[in-house]
Design a protein around this ligand. Structure first.
Ligand code: MN
Length: 474
């Protein structure tokens, strides 16, 4: 289950006093009709709550202030039913610190040529009002989104849904707490960065813990708890004993079950929804957490290896955006350079996210050549196919830069019997040579987050909300 607080969106419909009570009554009825229609559709992941019709600067300012301080509200959707003079919106818009969607729509799809008169036209003048209102958002450099379309069309509903998911992920940024077990891997550059700036710009809290703090919690886990979890593994995964005695294999897997319980207890007790480990800092542990980390990724916790807190937080961010579907931490590993088949093999030393699995994962125990510990258990599987987006956050000293590359993941057709880790394969856009070159030239890292459920527009919307510089490769 993806842990997240319940969210809703407020719908603020613009008008003005000039048209009289009867017209405002109509505006309210139509706003209620659109609200009900959007809430009834299966396409929206969160509900919409209609607020009082916005007719004065005082009422607009009040509703925006209330939206700011209500934790349930993930964003505000505005729509101009009639003309609504935009000076009324200046103060409220300035004060609003939640994501803002300006929905340009209309209650009736077609113009009723047989009956249309001046009253009708004055009541239904979204085209007029949207421009007046849009001007002030542009002038205030508001980080708002504009979506245009008839509210009953599936296409616009899906665009609203994508924006809602992005807004919720943005808001979640201020709740993301990353627990780092150990520091960054020694000597590695791209995974390091300015934690204070990340908290200022993105909301992330990044806390260090000595590995001994986790070992203490590991030691509190009982054998009964471990056995219960091990029984769940039997239901969910294939067991591949390899060359191990069954008993040795099971005890290696149970080490990971113990780590899973301890990590979850530790994270939940401190309100952490993302974490990092580092194979160079495992004092008091028998294995590098592998299977344990993968199980927590599947539950929606953000993660990245080698102390990479930026990618860990980013993966939590995208897991919220994607409802934890087909989204997780990844690492660029090995090129396929056969002409016409160019691709990149993606994996990690153990921790590949099972939300990307195309087949039933199997548990494998295998030596790990680095880290100087016992053979760790991990889930092995092949990745799913699909169009997706891969993102990475790099710190350039003066600012953060978000790298975005559109990719096409595909299922591997050749077996890899000696590969003891999960694998994901993708082709990059616009083509292998230009895409890879652009990524490297822009300074994109080897640790990324991939999602087959989030689209480029959502990433750009989030980057606009957070003020991140973006390099988009597509
Ligand atoms: Mn790595």
């Amino acid at each position: 289950m993806l842990k997240n607080t319940e969210k809703e969106f407020w719908f603020v419909v613009g008008s003005q006093d000039l048209y009289g009570d009867e017209a405002l009554k109509q505006v309210k009825q139509n706003a209620e009709k659109i609200t009900a229609s959007l809430n009834e559709t299966e396409n929206l992941p969160y509900s919409i709550k209609l607020q009082d019709i916005a007719v004065s600067a005082a009422s607009i300012t009040k509703v925006m202030k209330e939206a700011n301080y209500n934790d349930k509200v993930a964003g505000v959707i505005t729509w101009m039913h009639t003309f609504s003079p935009a000076k009324l919106w200046i103060r409220g818009t300035q004060l609003l610190h939640k994501p803002l969607l300006h929905l340009s729509t209309q209650v009736n799809q077609a113009i009723p040529w047989d009956t249309i008169d001046m009253d009708y036209m004055n009541l239904h003048q979204s085209a007029h009002g949207d421009r007046e209102y849009g001007y002030i958002n542009a002038r205030l450099k508001k980080h708002n989104k504009v979506l245009v379309g008839y509210y009953e069309d599936e296409k616009i509903q899906k665009q609203i849904a994508a924006w809602m998911d992005t807004a919720v992920a943005y808001e979640e940024g201020f709740n993301i707490k990353v627990a780092r077990f150990g520091d960054n891997m020694r000597d590695v550059a791209v995974t390091d960065g300015d934690k204070i700036e990340a908290q200022i710009q993105l909301g992330w809290t990044v806390d260090y813990f000595g590995i001994g703090d986790l070992v203490e919690v590991i030691n509190q886990v009982t054998d009964e708890e471990v056995d219960t979890l091990f029984d769940q593994y039997k239901e969910l995964y294939d067991f591949d004993y390899g060359n191990y005695e069954k008993e040795n294999w099971e005890s290696a897997v149970k080490v990971q079950a113990r780590y899973e319980i301890a990590l979850k207890n530790f994270l939940d007790a401190g309100g952490y929804t993302a974490f990092t480990t580092n194979f160079q800092d495992l004092h008091g542990m028998q294995q590098l957490p592998g299977l344990a980390v993968q199980r927590l990724m599947a539950e929606g916790y953000g993660f990245a290896g080698e102390g990479d807190w930026k990618t860990a937080a980013l993966s939590r961010q995208l897991k919220v955006m994607s409802h934890n579907q087909n989204t997780g931490f990844m690492e660029d590993y090995t090129y396929e350079l056969t002409p016409g088949q160019e691709a990149i093999l993606q994996s990690h030393m153990l921790e590949v996210d099972p939300t990307l699995a195309n087949n039933k994962p199997k548990i494998v125990v295998n030596p790990l050549s680095i880290g100087d510990r016992q053979d760790p258990a991990r889930l092995v599987f092949d990745g799913k196919a699909g169009d997706g987006v891969v993102v990475s956050l790099a710190d350039f000293g003066t600012h953060f830069k978000l790298l975005v590359n559109e990719v096409e993941a595909f299922e591997p057709t050749t077996k890899a019997p000696k590969l003891p880790v999960a694998r994901v394969l993708w082709k990059v856009k616009p083509n292998f040579h230009d895409g890879v070159k652009a990524w490297i030239e822009a300074g994109g890292g080897h640790h990324t987050v991939v999602s087959l459920n989030v689209n480029t527009d959502q990433i750009l919307t989030w980057a606009k909300l957070t003020g991140l510089e973006v390099t988009l490769i597509k």
